[in-house]
Design a binder for this molecule. Structure first.
Ligand code: SF4
Length: 321
């Protein structure tokens, strides 16, 4: 029975690792499963005042990435000796402007770990110059130092998407310590950190999931997220398959209760069940995408702004026009 855990959450207490594991052990479809989803949904409708949010992400480059994550279509082992393709600065700024005009409140620029840090700052400057003042600019890039974090901030970035992934150092070529150093740099530079429990596969234990739900409590995180691992054809982990939508909703609900996000709770990719289980924020995506084999993800897995907004409306999240 999870009643006492939900009561402690309602009293404002922080849930523990053991609490989260208990929530994650609840059988899908049971009465407790729906109580968990209901509690997370009630929290988010209240905390976010019924408002749904759209963010937009532009993937800048397709090139064999040395971090070689076993779930990524841009990993060196997948792309091998493919010729790098990098979106030009002008079209990136144009796309960013269109995303903002379509209602994206935060615009993310994403690269592989191969992208030049200096060049990325030029993209940041160009995009910042076309975004309305109220739109946040967020970097989703490889690891960096505190000095570079400060330069990102000076360039006009307001936040960074950076996480310690499930299976980091085993299923990826990045060390946990390196990821944590970058997150510490984000905090020290006064940037907002965007966190996500990802990429969730069927093999991840409740303890592993709980650990990543609790890690962001030490950082300035206003937007929390969950993302399942996509079984991308040609990647090493595709054979392990994917978790179900029902399980993702359970994880989404537990992560919402774990973090009590103040600004938004995201599910990636768009998912109606999660929008009834704590999530209120989706992404429109264009350009390169580690979960897609299409070079332009807006023609593949990526949702357009209109499609993501339609799902938010279907689940009765109000959109600010
Ligand atoms: S997920 Fe990111 S870091 Fe990992 S291989 Fe793909 S592009 Fe590189």
């Amino acid at each position: 029975m999870i009643g006492p855990i939900l009561q402690r959450f309602a009293r404002g207490e922080n849930l523990t690792r053991e609490d989260l594991c208990a929530l994650l052990r609840v059988p899908v479809g049971s009465r407790d499963y729906y109580r968990l989803l209901s509690e997370a949904n009630a929290y988010s409708r209240r905390a976010f005042d019924g408002k749904g949010l759209l963010f937009g992400q532009i993937g800048l480059d397709i090139q064999p990435c040395r971090i070689n994550c076993k779930f990524c279509s841009l990993a060196a082992d997948v792309l091998k000796d493919c010729v790098p393709v990098v979106r030009d600065l002008h079209s990136t700024a144009q796309l960013a402007r269109e995303l903002a005009e379509s209602g994206a409140q935060d615009v993310f620029l994403m690269t592989t770990a191969e992208f030049s840090q200096e060049r990325f700052l030029e993209y940041g400057r160009a995009v910042r110059s076309v975004l309305p003042d109220g739109v946040r600019l967020v970097a989703n890039v490889g690891d960096f130092s505190e000095a570079y974090a400060r330069r990102l901030r000076e360039t006009g970035f307001t936040g960074i998407y950076h996480i310690c992934r499930l299976g980091e150092g085993v299923d990826t070529g990045a060390a946990v310590e390196t990821r944590l150093r970058t997150m510490d740099a984000v905090k020290a530079a006064g940037l907002e950190l965007y966190y996500c429990v990802e990429p969730i596969g069927p093999e991840h234990t409740n303890e592993q999931l709980a650990e990543e739900m609790l890690r962001p409590r030490q950082y300035p995180v206003g937007v929390m997220a969950v993302m399942k691992r996509t079984a991308v054809p040609g990647t090493a982990l595709a054979k392990r398959g994917e978790i179900s939508a029902a399980r993702l909703a359970q994880i989404c609900a537990a992560a919402t209760l774990a973090m009590r996000p103040k600004r938004a709770m995201c599910v990636h990719e768009p998912d109606e069940l999660c929008l009834m289980a704590g999530a209120n924020q989706l992404y429109a995506e264009c350009g390169a995408n580690p979960r897609d084999t299409e070079a332009e993800t807006s023609k593949g897995r990526g949702f357009s702004a209109a499609e993501a907004q339609a799902i938010l409306r279907k689940t009765e999240w109000e959109l600010t026009e």
